[in-house]
Design a protein around this ligand. Structure first.
Ligand SMILES: [Zn+2]
Ligand SMILES: [Zn+2]
Length: 228
């Protein structure tokens, strides 16, 4: 029985999602269906921010994250790798930790050096890393939420461009944008003081969080109607 523990790595979580949802996703959902579910649950989580309902934000963002993982599995993108390449314990834009983009008015992306000795191991370690690069006291949760919406739009655009032309360079852009989306999802959780790995280990303690099967046997209809 596949499980996620609080010590899960990003890769183990991604493998779990593949094992539980890979088959039904391949049979029932196009790439666009999955992407629209990432967007749908992310937007619900943003509504939770507007309504000051932390539970709504937490729950919907965990589901959005899992649809995001399904999308990356379909595209054969290893999130662990793409995140570390983009955020090697440094802001991907100003190349410092904590990020100094605001104070220094950086208008051009800097070269980001990679020191592999600092690479986080578990998902929790990655969450801690993002908390150090982007301290929550430097921005509001509303700001983190708007940034997430913006990055999700860029991820969708990158996929659209790649699917149109099938060029390797355009796929690289999808990989980069996937890391940005992940960093923004984690930042919203950091703003709420929520440990993502712990939440996922509770939610997925027994296969699919809804039907409790592996592979998941939720029907297309129940996923479309899914309420929270
Ligand atoms: Zn920065
Ligand atoms: Zn299910």
């Amino acid at each position: 029985m596949p499980r996620i523990t609080p010590e899960t790595t990003i890769k183990q979580y991604q493998d779990f999602i593949r094992e539980v949802y890979g088959k039904p996703n391949d049979r029932h959902f196009s790439l666009w269906d999955m992407l629209s579910n990432v967007e749908r649950f992310t937007m619900r989580s943003l509504k939770g921010i507007r309504k000051n309902n932390q539970n709504k934000t937490r729950f919907n963002l965990l589901i959005a994250l899992s649809w995001f993982m399904s999308t990356l599995n379909r595209l054969h993108i290893e999130l662990d790798e793409s995140v570390w390449k983009r955020f090697p314990y440094l802001c991907s834009y100003c190349a410092s930790c904590p990020c100094s983009c605001m104070e220094n008015g950086i208008d051009k992306r800097k070269e980001v050096p990679v020191d592999n000795s600092k690479r986080p191991v578990t998902l929790e370690d990655f969450q801690t890393m993002f908390g150090k690069i982007y301290p929550t006291e430097n921005r509001t949760i509303e700001h983190a939420g708007v940034h997430l919406a913006e990055e999700l739009g860029e991820f969708s655009e990158a996929i659209l461009a790649y699917m149109g032309e099938h060029k390797d360079g355009l796929f690289e852009k999808v990989i980069l944008e996937s890391a940005d989306v992940f960093s923004c999802i984690i930042s919203v959780f950091n703003s709420m003081g929520i440990n993502v790995a712990k939440e996922l280990s509770d939610m997925f303690s027994n296969n699919c969080h809804t039907c409790k099967k592996s592979p998941c046997e939720c029907s297309f209809g129940s996923i479309v109607k899914f309420k929270s």
